[in-house]
Design a protein around this ligand. Structure first.
Ligand code: GUN
Length: 292
């Protein structure tokens, strides 16, 4: 049997149509959701990501400002910029593209973003609220994965989900979101002994490793659902995931492609978070009107 394709491009399209409708509703109240994207340095992958974010914002009728700086920017200069964006009423979301140059402390910068504008969901307050299942902006890639699983009606309760990778951006939060849906979660990482002995038990396998085509059928249980978060280049320079897509076809039940799987979902969820932030801002304004 051949695995079914989880089509992130199609699902993200559907989500973007819903976001656009919400943008149009806000426009009736003269509000345009605004996303500020801050890019420091010349990392070419980061530049491609931020250009895509900007293009998508504009296609959905949102405002997007790109603040681009050389990699000599100081931490203080960046913190001042964030403070300015925190108080700008036309900006509803602030995204500082990671990684940052080494003279800048990422934690300090993320912590300086107002939690009300933290559309990446990286602020310690957002992370804390997510961990205890309270309302928070969810980090875009893990949120996008949960949307994919839900769209394909993949049942998680009681299932064994194995996450490979423990980054703050993907691995740690996706494990928590799966746990909230009653999966039994195992985290694996670069120091895990006998990785295959864990992955072979996975009903749901999340690969966020960063190594091209690392996961082949020998790591996969028959009937597993595989989510590939990898963004690598193969030996010919072609974009590929952490999973050997062809090799797992006869073993997995569902698999995401790269490109066209998790990637487009990440951007769609960012758009969703930015609109959500603008809607919440409007709600706060309306509430304060009644208080006065
Ligand atoms: N770098 C890689 N992925 C991300 C992301 O989702 N958000 C930000 N801000 N930086 C990233």
């Amino acid at each position: 049997m051949t695995a079914k394709l989880i089509d992130g491009k199609a699902v993200s399209q559907k989500i973007k149509i819903q976001v656009k409708e919400r943008v149009e509703k806000l426009a009736q109240q003269e509000i345009i959701p605004g996303l500020a994207v801050v890019l420091v340095g010349e990392n070419s992958a980061s530049l491609t990501y931020v250009k895509n974010k900007k293009k998508t914002c504009e296609a959905l009728g949102m405002r997007s400002d790109l603040h681009q700086y050389p990699d000599t920017l100081t931490e203080q200069e960046l913190l001042s910029k964030i403070e300015e964006l925190n108080t700008d009423p036309e900006i509803h979301g602030i995204l500082v593209q990671l990684p940052l140059p080494k003279q800048i402390d990422e934690f300090k910068v993320i912590s300086a973003i107002s939690p009300d504008k933290d559309v990446d969901g990286f602020h310690p307050i957002s992370v804390g609220n997510m961990m205890i299942g309270k309302e928070a902006f969810l980090p875009c890639t893990p949120h996008g994965i949960m949307e994919l699983l839900s769209n394909y009606e993949i049942d998680l309760a009681g299932k064994h989900a194995v996450v490979i990778g423990r980054s703050n951006i993907v691995g740690k939060p996706i494990g928590q979101l799966l746990l909230q849906k009653d999966a039994t979660v195992t985290y694996c990482h670069s120091k895990t002994n006998d990785l295959a002995s864990f992955t072979k038990q996975a009903d749901i396998l999340i690969a966020a490793i960063g190594r091209a085509k690392f996961i082949d059928h020998t790591y996969v249980k028959s009937g597993a659902v595989i989510i590939d978060v990898g963004m690598n280049r193969d030996e010919n320079g072609k974009l590929c995931g952490d999973v050997d897509f062809q090799d797992v076809q006869e073993t997995a039940s569902f698999v995401t492609p790269v490109p066209g799987g998790v990637g487009p979902m990440t951007i769609a969820m960012l758009m969703g978070n930015t609109v959500q932030s603008a809607e919440k801002d409007l709600q706060r304004q309306n509430n304060s009107k009644y208080v006065k």
